[in-house]
Design a protein around this ligand. Structure first.
Ligand code: F0G
Length: 481
């Protein structure tokens, strides 16, 4: 929700009261330098005690509502047949209109089951854009992921409202090339995470649905950020300006054969969900669920989180809930662009993103500019973001780096956790860093796992640049800032 001020400005305004708080602290820059060094310049390996603002992710880090917390107290901890599972079923029917559903322990568990059931060696899996765990699961099953976006999706400075759209012409090309039988399904991701949280439009989704129906190919939607995508449709797609978030969510789901989500995002819990109107898909999921997740009525989730997911599913269709994060992100992006920082535009869901190749043009992709920016920003602000670039891509079969389409430093905005002041602070420190960008140098790996290396890999700063950057920061702000 936005409030219009007398001077004409619009500011995001919280439509909730903060009744419970968690203290944070600003560790001095010397402590931050030691912490990032020990973390191998990988922000995943920092400890919470060394952070001021945790903008690593919006996954499992959102503020839950009073009603979600209250619901957890009445959960039913039965191994089988627990009432919490049936309450979730009512919410899935009311919000998604799907008869069949299974809880799973988180989003990637759903991707694992999808891969197990649908993706066979030699298959193509077309999508608007990949997510790291999605690609890992589908490729491990022998599939090939095709990202068939429009060219503008990769332009970080843009006014295109729907950079998450899938290119239907390229989909038709793939169908001609592979034939229906070798396409597992078409996957649409709500607010494409890795290219800046950019939404798809309902017009585009319906076109995808039309083509898939013609060729009898299932449509799968990753709904992890569905409420944010629905809100951005309401704001940007004229035909839906007067539709409720609930109606838009429902219309999105109506285009799918199967949907899944990480419950850690829009629904503000820790868990995952798969839902479908087709009994034959449900029967296949049901068969594998006890092998990988747990009995069907809990699927690897705690019953408390299942109760809270039922509440979160309904709450995410409330305009004030759906808008809370995108409105603050828009404010954050405005704060950045007005200071000359190359932030990804238009603002999306999930996070504010900075184009590291524009921010640090002197650092080649082989030295991981987005990783350098995330580490440097932590050093000068205590705010932890995430590398979304070449470090987040694994090497090819010959051991060569696969250069990412984009090098983004992602600064996630968890729902209902941070304020406008926090956003201004981060934008200000980014502006300082931008002025001193020549002090930021490259990184190289010294410890590197073979799959999803960005989680636990360790790197070193070339030519000791972090010490020099810390010294310049101390000269301007002092040791304690
Ligand atoms: N799909 C999307 C679009 C995601 O953003 C994520 C996770 C997943 C699937 C996997 O879900 O973590 O519950 O297993 N995104 C997190 C992030 C990790 O930080 O963006 P998960």
């Amino acid at each position: 929700m936005k409030a219009k001020l007398t001077d004409g400005r619009e500011i995001p305004i919280e439509m909730h009261k903060v009744r419970v708080i968690q203290r944070t602290q600003l560790p001095p820059v010397g402590q931050r330098l030691q912490a990032i060094e020990e973390a191998g310049y990988n922000t995943f390996l920092l400890r919470s005690r060394d952070l001021f603002l945790d903008m690593l992710t919006d996954s499992g880090t959102n503020a839950m509502s009073d009603n979600q917390l209250a619901s957890m107290m009445v959960s039913d901890d039965a191994y089988a047949g627990g009432e919490s599972y049936y309450k979730l079923g009512e919410a899935v029917r009311d919000v998604f209109g799907c008869e069949y559903y299974v809880p799973v322990h988180q989003g990637r568990a759903a991707e694992h089951l999808l891969a197990k059931i649908f993706v066979k060696p030699g298959h193509a899996v077309p999508m608007n854009y990949h997510f790291t765990t999605t690609k890992a699961h589908f490729e491990m099953a022998g599939g090939k992921v095709y990202e068939i976006y429009f060219e503008e999706a990769l332009q970080t400075s843009s006014s295109n409202p729907f950079k998450g759209n899938l290119n239907p012409d390229r989909l038709l090309d793939l169908i001609r090339e592979y034939g229906r039988d070798k396409i597992s399904f078409v996957r649409m991701e709500a607010t494409t995470n890795l290219i800046g949280g950019q939404p798809f439009s309902l017009a585009n989704l319906k076109e995808v649905r039309r083509i898939c129906s013609q060729h009898d190919i299932p449509v799968v939607i990753d709904c992890s950020l569905i409420s944010e995508n629905a809100y951005l449709i309401n704001r940007r797609e004229a035909a839906y300006a007067n539709s409720s978030i609930g109606d838009i969510v429902r219309e999105i789901i109506d285009q799918a054969d199967l949907v899944y989500l990480s419950g850690r995002k829009s629904t503000c819990v820790r868990g995952g969900l798969m839902a479908t109107r087709h009994k034959e898909y449900f029967d296949q999921l049901k068969a594998w669920l006890p092998v990988y997740e747990g009995f069907i009525t809990y699927g690897g989730m705690s019953s408390k989180e299942i109760e809270a997911m039922a509440v979160g599913l309904r709450e995410m269709t409330d305009y004030n809930v759906a808008s809370s994060s995108p409105d603050l992100i828009e404010y954050f992006v405005d704060q950045m662009t007005s200071r000359g920082i190359p932030a990804v535009t238009p603002p999306g869901g999930l996070a504010g993103h900075v184009d590291a190749m524009k921010f640090l043009p002197h650092i080649p992709q082989s030295q991981y500019p987005a990783g350098c920016l995330a580490a440097a920003l932590y050093l000068v602000s205590g705010a932890r973001g995430m590398e979304r670039g070449t470090i987040s891509m694994d090497r090819d079969a010959e051991g060569r780096d696969v250069f990412s389409d984009l090098e983004l430093c992602r600064l996630a905005v968890p729902r209902r956790v941070y304020s406008c002041a926090h956003m201004e602070y981060v934008a200000d420190r980014l502006a300082w860093l931008h002025k001193h960008r020549d002090l930021v140098g490259g990184l190289e790996f010294y410890e590197e796992p073979p799959v999803l290396r960005f989680f636990t890999g360790r790197l070193r700063a070339l030519n000791n640049w972090s010490r020099k950057l810390a010294d310049a920061f101390i000269a301007d702000f002092g040791e304690g800032a």
